[in-house]
Design a binder for this molecule. Structure first.
Ligand code: PGA
Length: 255
């Protein structure tokens, strides 16, 4: 995807918005004026709210619904996990893997994230792979190494043929939910490294690269125009309809 292509805006609701609230906000989004040529809008409700969100957007499937995480196997003895085939059966079109909260709080390793990504892509789900450095890693100058290692590990598990879309989200861990946003220069540096690594591993594939970390309507107008930024993965500002709608408007103006 080139920079001036349409932007991809993904709302990561995390463990917020139960079925009733999810239905309300998904319905508002389904009724919000934008078209698919201007901006892509994806949302990830908590697993228990996915069915109602799908139902709310069913009249206007231009809003895509996905999962915040996914297992690699189609079924089996994996208590508490989410099957990629069951997500497909429900009507989900994508999944996120490797979010830093999964890595930090639930101990998911690069290897596990790579397996999840592989299983998700193989099941035909578009897949958002999250990567990014911690504050300590940035302070010690390890940002590029962390990006290369996390991406390299995931790339080693890529299916031979990609039949669904791979998206990479660069989310510096210290910027998530903190109100601290990476500087424009840091975003451009990280995204150009990611672009380079994607191009060398997947020369014929367009991989969208999203920025995530305290994105809001006040900062996204600038971030969305930066080199190699194809959209955003948004947490806090995605669970308030007014704010998310303003982000959609910024994408429309930019697209
Ligand atoms: P935030 O979360 O926008 O609240 O910083 C982003 C994310 O965790 O994907």
């Amino acid at each position: 995807m080139t920079k001036r292509g349409k932007l991809l805006l993904v709302g990561n609701w995390k463990m917020n918005l139960g079925p009733a609230a999810a239905h309300e906000i998904a319905s508002q989004l389904a009724g919000y004026p934008f078209n698919h040529d201007e901006v892509e809008v994806w949302i990830t409700p908590p697993a228990t709210s996915i069915p109602v969100a799908l139902q709310a957007v069913s009249e206007r499937p231009v809003v895509k619904v996905g999962s915040q995480n996914v297992h690699w196997a189609a079924s089996g003895a994996f208590t508490g996990e989410i099957s990629p085939s069951f997500l497909k059966e429900l009507g989900c079109s994508f999944a996120i893997v490797g979010h830093s909260e999964r890595r930090a709080i639930f101990g998911e390793s690069d290897e596990m994230v790579a397996k999840r990504m592989s299983g998700s892509l193989s099941a035909g789900l578009d897949t958002i792979l999250c990567i990014g450095e911690t504050a300590e890693e940035r302070e010690t100058g390890a940002t590029n190494d962390v990006i290369s290692k996390q991406l390299g590990s995931a790339f080693s598990a890529l299916p031979e043929v990609l039949t669904s879309r791979l998206v990479v989200a660069y989310e510096p861990v210290w910027a998530i939910g903190t109100g601290k946003v990476a500087s424009n220069e840091d975003i451009v540096d990280a995204h150009s490294l990611i672009r380079e690594l994607c191009k060398s591993r997947l020369p014929d594939t367009e991989v969208a690269i999203l920025y995530g970390g305290s994105v809001n309507p006040d900062n996204f107008g600038t971030i969305s125009k930066l080199e190699n930024v194809d959209g955003a993965l948004v947490g806090g500002a995605s669970i308030k309809f007014d704010q998310f709608a303003r982000l959609i408007d910024i994408c429309k103006a930019d697209g």
